[in-house]
Design a protein. Structure first.
Length: 408
């Protein structure tokens, strides 16, 4: 069986796409990846990209999205109403595929028209729900809004002043796309996302199942620091935090900052420093952190990801909206405990007081207490058995077997 993964690029959900792709290859499944961008590291002949013209169109789409979203309420995060998309229905990678996995395909890679062209081929398509966009009118996370359970419109992201706004139009277009297509399947990487997807009107009656994300086999616990980000033998205790966009309204950086300011008034933490990875970090933000900051920039390779997490004593994830964060899985696999809000699928990964510390959302004081607990109790991070690669591939093999039996 030939499986093709469609993925925008290597950041965020792209890391997991490659992990799943490699896991399938290692377990006898002929897997390949088709991406909009060629930014996957290392280069791999089984990973192909579309080329310059689709990239140029995606750049135009990005500018259009930015213009359309100029008046959005930023506290709700991303909203995507795809205009441009590449028709890949005749691409050689698609032609040779038996099953198509659809990961994160926005920002000018695919739109509903190009997805429809793919669906018309009749090949089974598996949508991996990295966020909620697949079953909403355009938001990537709905927060407290439940309109996606019926029909979108008057969208709070778009000001909520117009019934037939872009969210209404996109929702109706998705209704047509999902209608009478029994060859579409949906994988939710967390139980939380599974519940959200099952509650949606768009996916009512669809085949939706939970298969957790796994972590690359190259991410593992090491003895001591290597010196890449933190010097070898350095005795300071390191508090870690990171995201692709640190200033995203999803990531809750202001709550981490408040927690660090609380800790700065606590005795016995003079030996602590902060390690930050990711992008979009204004200078005034790093200056507001009351501890010495070690900034790594983007972590562009598994080696750097491994080095960063193995440099930490505790990792903090104050996300206000999230699914099943790869960073939490990576931290725990490196033996580093995690302190996080009870958001999305995070409580499914963390065993409170065992491999980390769970905090009610918006509670900066609780974050500070969790950091103190993890630093002083010397608990270790670990991945629960349900996140083992063997368990994950078993779930995907079961799905592919079901798909194959229907095709016969």
């Amino acid at each position: 069986m030939n499986v093709l993964h469609l993925q925008y690029g290597s950041s965020s959900s792209g890391n997991y796409t490659i992990t799943l792709h490699e896991l399938m290859l290692a377990n006898g499944i002929n897997s390949s990846v088709l991406s909009l961008f060629s930014n996957f590291i290392p280069k791999d002949p089984s990973i192909k990209w579309l080329g310059k013209i689709p990239n140029f169109k995606a750049g135009i789409d990005f500018k259009i999205q930015k213009y359309l979203n100029r008046k959005n309420h930023v506290e709700y995060g991303d909203f995507s109403y795809p205009i441009f998309g590449s028709d890949i229905s005749n691409h050689v990678s698609v032609s040779s595929a038996d099953v198509i996995y659809v990961h994160w395909i926005l920002n000018g890679f695919l739109n509903l028209k190009s997805l429809s062209r793919l669906a018309e081929l009749g090949k089974p398509m598996v949508f991996v729900l990295h966020d909620m966009w697949t079953f909403t009118g355009g938001c990537h996370h709905s927060f407290s809004c439940e309109k996606f359970t019926a029909s979108c419109g008057n969208c709070p992201v778009l000001d909520g002043q117009k019934e037939k706004d872009r969210s209404y139009k996109l929702f109706k277009r998705k209704e047509k796309f999902f209608l009478n297509k029994p060859h579409l399947y949906f994988v939710a990487p967390s139980e939380w996302m599974l519940d959200r997807a099952k509650a949606s009107n768009l996916l009512k009656g669809k085949d939706i199942r939970n298969i957790f994300n796994s972590v690359s086999e190259h991410i593992k616990e090491k003895k001591g620091r290597s010196g890449k980000f933190i010097p070898i033998g350095y005795s300071k205790r390191i508090i870690g935090f990171g995201a692709n966009d640190l200033m995203s309204p999803y990531k809750g950086f202001t709550f981490l900052l408040e927690a660090l300011q609380i800790l700065n008034r606590t005795e016995g933490l003079e030996d602590c420093e902060v390690l930050v990875f990711g992008g979009n970090v204004p200078m005034n933000v790093t200056q507001a952190i009351p501890f010495k900051v070690n900034f790594t920039g983007f972590l562009t390779s598994e080696h750097d990801i491994n080095e960063a997490f193995n440099s930490m004593d505790v990792f903090i994830i104050p996300s206000l909206a999230d699914n099943l964060p790869t960073t939490v899985l990576e931290s725990l696999k490196c033996g580093v405990p995690v302190v996080g809000f009870q958001t999305g699928g995070i409580p499914e990964i963390i065993d409170h007081l065992k491999n980390g510390y769970l905090v009610p959302k918006y509670d900066a004081q609780g974050l500070a207490e969790g950091i103190l607990y993890c630093l002083n109790s010397k608990i270790r991070g670990y991945l629960k058995s349900e996140f083992a690669s063997s368990t994950i591939i078993k779930g995907h093999k079961s799905l592919l077997s079901q798909i194959l039996s229907k095709a016969l």
